[in-house]
Write a protein that binds this ligand. Sequence first.
Ligand SMILES: *Cc1c(COP(=O)(O)O)cnc(C)c1O
Length: 281
Amino acid sequence: MGAISAIMTKDDAILSDELNHASIIDGCRLSGAKIIRVKHQDMTDLEEKAKTALESGRYKKIMYITDGVFSMDGDIANLPDMIPIAEKYGLITYVDDAHGSGVMGKGAGTVKHFGLNHKIDMQMGTLSKAIGVVGGYVAGSKLLIDWLKSRSRPFLFSTSLTPGAAGAALTSIQLMQDHPELVDKVWENAEYFKNELKKIGYDIGVSQTPITPVILGDETMTQRFSSKLIEQGIYVKPIVFPTVPLGTGRVRNMPTAEHTKEMLDQAIAVYLNVGKEMGII
Ligand SMILES: *Cc1c(COP(=O)(O)O)cnc(C)c1O
């Protein structure tokens, strides 16, 4: 919210993937720019809308904004195909990598994963997910960062991180750099967990990352399913409309580097039990 609204104004337009995170949508709204929704990961649609926006001559700046890893489905943004379109139509590029940092690109994020460091204007991430603390960051040119420091109202007019949180985040990043095996372990655990869920018959969607949704569909059923898992010791929260589209209710699993194979097997056993009991699998 603080970064988008400091850069974009009512004279600008923002091309925004339709499945972007709520904080992106709120940031776009706060900026007052024209918001143009782009079909999810559809580069043809992006190109058409970028062309129309540019040729209309109505906007001073046009930005394309996307999640690096989409938070509800776990699919990865198609940055390599997006870049040529951004270059052709002069788009500012912005990647919200809340779910990519600490996971993709050996921990450095989705942009690094694709080797596109110098092609993305703004990278934003959180310190609250893989880093495990609280807070967030924006990375970009020095000029951009200086501008944000003096123009980002949500940043200027709120309290900064506590020293404790900053210290914990630094230590966490240091740990990640010293122990790349932790990042490997997240992927290994996710791979195992996803395969086991698939084997017993669950729909885990299109995830390409450790985010592991189990898609159930009906909203009420999803909530019942989640309660039953919690009763049997597996804490997974239900995610239903309007957070995700109607009829695509799901529970979302986040395997971590700390899970042991025994824990994952225990979770799978509960999934098997509850799924059978409710007639889902
Ligand atoms: C979680 C999330 C955020 C917000 O991060 P916080 O640290 O909770 O403020 C922003 N963007 C995306 C894509 C997220 O998934």
